[in-house]
Design a protein around this ligand. Structure first.
Ligand code: AMP
Length: 214
């Protein structure tokens, strides 16, 4: 199974990708998580990405395509994967298609989770995240425990530095300008489906699975 989970920041891609990853035994590949890890470890990539991420802009395509290429070479990718937060530009989608061809992998299916912007802004301003596994916590439906230790992996729960109102607005603009056009890339191939993300986590998951069964 080779999937892309598509959508604006804060629509719940990471949460749904984790559920799909667990049920279908394929890795979740989140470029955002990989970049945050590089920033924490202060690697060369992390140093290049850090300021760009703080501004809510996109890290250059060549850097992203390099980390994806390295990731695809790892053994856990041999039966498929679910991409979360990638591709985010048309050149990334084209680079991904080339890579899939070179590796002789089947066509990707792109699933969008769609949520209105005013709800995204509310979700992201109140969201907290495990810095280790990327799990999301939110006072509305999944509050962080008092000890601020992730119930899934034992990591530390933090407020992401880009989950503040100014950066959220910028990330949404970046999404509209650079990422939303990627939909057309997969629509043209008949490989694009959208679900309503303004429902409970479990309801969205049921809708996504219904598409996977088609
Ligand atoms: P995310 O965790 O997916 O919301 O990503 C956080 C930030 O990492 C984004 O706002 C971008 O600055 C950067 N980023 C993550 N994935 C990509 C990507 N595929 N292309 C460019 N920048 C990315």
């Amino acid at each position: 199974m080779y999937l892309i989970l598509f959508g604006a920041p804060g629509v719940g891609k990471g949460t749904q990708a984790k559920k799909i990853s667990k049920e279908f035994s394929i890795p979740q590949i989140s470029t955002g998580d990989m970049l945050r890890e590089a920033v924490r470890n202060n690697t060369e990539l992390g140093q290049k990405a850090s300021e760009i991420m703080k501004r809510g802009e996109l890290v250059p395509d060549d850097l992203i395509l390099n980390i994806i290429k390295e990731r695809f070479a790892q053994a856990d990718c041999k039966n498929g994967f679910i991409l979360d937060g990638f591709p985010r530009t048309i050149p990334q989608a084209e680079g991904l298609a080339d890579l899939m061809n070179q590796l002789d992998l089947p066509p990707l299916l792109c699933l969008e989770v769609a949520v209105p912007n005013e709800i995204i802004i509310k979700r992201l301003t109140t969201r907290e995240t495990c810095e280790k596994c990327g799990a999301d916590y939110n006072p509305a439906n999944n509050p962080a425990p008092a000890d601020r230790i992730c119930t899934i992996c034992g990591g530390k729960i933090i407020k992401r530095s880009d989950d503040n109102e100014d950066t959220i607005q910028k990330r949404l603009q970046t999404y509209e300008n650079q990422t939303a056009p990627v939909k057309g890339f997969y629509e043209k191939q008949g490989r694009f489906y959208a679900v309503d993300g303004n429902k409970s986590v479990d309801e969205v998951y049921v809708d996504l699975k219904a598409i996977l069964k088609k």
